[in-house]
Design a protein around this ligand. Structure first.
Ligand SMILES: Cc1cc2nc3c(=O)[nH]c(=O)nc-3n(C[C@H](O)[C@H](O)[C@H](O)COP(=O)(O)OP(=O)(O)OC[C@H]3O[C@@H](n4cnc5c(N)ncnc54)[C@H](O)[C@@H]3O)c2cc1C
Length: 378
């Protein structure tokens, strides 16, 4: 959808993105009396994480985390319920047993949100990608961490240097039964917490070979648009290795505080594995987020002592996570300082998480509706 497709006489507010924040924003504004146009690019176009044509899709876990009112996220849920949240109502109706957490049947949850918005007399849903920001009218942009490239470029041009995008990193997971237990040893650093981690010890020669292989391995190239700084606290291991031969040994492969019981000595370097499940069937390679191609990950990581026959149930990756530097770019009411008729909501506005994104949608939707109806903004 480009600018030419607009017809602002027929609606008061455009919401771009029908995820958690956009669905909530559209609902709140429509309930407040606004005519809302909700623009969602699915199913014409899917981000790398979205799979379902429904609005309000949960991209990963089906848990909205704790429902206990003495936790921050539980309290936020209760506030959302009392404020008439569409997303929370759908979550409560589709919940599945999960202890203190609020987990949902993801398909029924998203289907309920979609049906409610489709049935709303003041909501028009347009299934198309927004490639530009509308030139007129009130707008809420809630296109999430995987905002499509064209719109992300337009946003960046609109707000300039204060606009950031970083990356979320995923480390590989190996199957416990594929580890060589005659090599790996259980221990926690400085013996704190018992033997919670498994450790793959490396001598100096093995470490050097590993770093060389890592540097030479094929990587997934970044697209031009993605060329931005990585988050320093979460660098891909190959980027760390490029900084110097010893960098990994002082980073995720540091051996300090670990003694190999078979030698009685601290290894030259260590790869730590952290439990993914209570049974210890799955182990996460700590700090091993990477942009290596998948077949290269298998080849290079099997050079690690103890992982020679490792079976990987998940390989590492790094994906874009688009959001703005809110204190610089947004007013406290989530309006762009550079163009106050445009609101940002959801993860794009700098929060993280399903419930937090929903809450930002509720705030933006209510506030935009007030302004659209000539009332003072909140
Ligand atoms: C891979 C991944 C896993 C995550 N896992 C979790 C988790 O387990 N738990 C958790 O609490 N949080 C998780 N998050 C973080 C985040 O809270 C969620 O992504 C959350 O869904 C964000 O809500 P949102 O409404 O801002 O964006 P989204 O829910 O992503 O919704 C954005 C919508 O905008 C649409 N869109 C994008 N660009 C355009 C465009 N140009 N035109 C029209 N439509 C467009 C998309 O198709 C999508 O429907 C995860 C994030 C990612 C990327």
């Amino acid at each position: 959808m480009d600018r030419a497709a607009e017809s602002p006489d027929t609606f008061d507010l455009t919401v771009i993105g029908g995820g958690l924040a956009g669905s909530e924003a559209a609902w709140q504004a429509a309930e407040a009396g606004c005519r809302v146009r909700l623009v969602e690019m699915k199913p014409r176009r899917f981000s790398p994480a979205h799979k379902s044509p429904f609005l309000g899709e949960l991209v990963c876990s089906n848990s909205l985390r704790s429902d206990a009112p003495d936790s921050a996220v539980g309290l936020l849920k209760e506030e959302l319920r009392r404020a008439g949240s569409l997303v929370m109502a759908a979550a409560d109706r589709t919940r599945v047993p999960a202890g203190k957490a609020l987990a949902v049947d993801r398909n029924r949850f998203a289907a309920e949100i979609t049906a409610a918005l489709e049935a709303h007399p003041r909501v028009e849903i347009v299934r198309d990608e927004a490639t530009a920001l509308p030139d007129t009218g009130w707008v809420i942009v809630a296109t999430g961490p995987l905002t499509s490239d064209a719109l992300a470029a337009e946003l960046r041009a609109r707000i300039g240097t204060g606009y950031l995008h970083f990356y979320d990193a995923i480390a590989p997971i190996v199957l416990g039964e594929s580890l060589d237990r005659t090599v790996v040893f259980a221990a926690s650093r400085y013996q704190e917490g018992g033997g919670d981690y498994l450790n793959c010890p490396m001598d100096e020669a093995a470490y050097r070979r590993f770093v060389e292989a890592l540097l030479a391995a094929e990587k997934v190239p970044l697209r031009d648009f993605e060329r931005a700084a990585y988050f320093e606290g979460c660098l891909p291991i190959e980027v760390m290795a490029e900084r110097g031969p010893e960098t990994l040994r002082f980073g995720p492969m540091k051996p300090v505080g670990l003694v190999d019981p078979r030698t009685g000595r601290t290894p030259h370097a260590v790869v730590q594995l952290r439990r993914e499940d209570l049974e210890g069937t799955l182990w996460n390679m700590v700090g091993f987020q990477t942009k290596l191609k998948w077949h290269e990950q298998e080849r290079v990581f099997r050079m690690i002592p103890g992982l020679e026959r490792a079976e990987f149930v998940r390989l590492g990756s790094i994906h874009r996570n688009t959001f703005v530097c809110a204190p610089r770019v947004l007013t406290p009411a989530l309006r762009l300082r550079a163009d106050p008729r445009i609101f940002l909501a959801g993860q794009l506005s700098g929060v993280e998480g399903y419930v937090e994104s929903t809450a930002m949608g509720l705030l933006a939707g209510r506030n935009a509706a007030r302004l659209a109806r000539g009332l003072p903004g909140l």
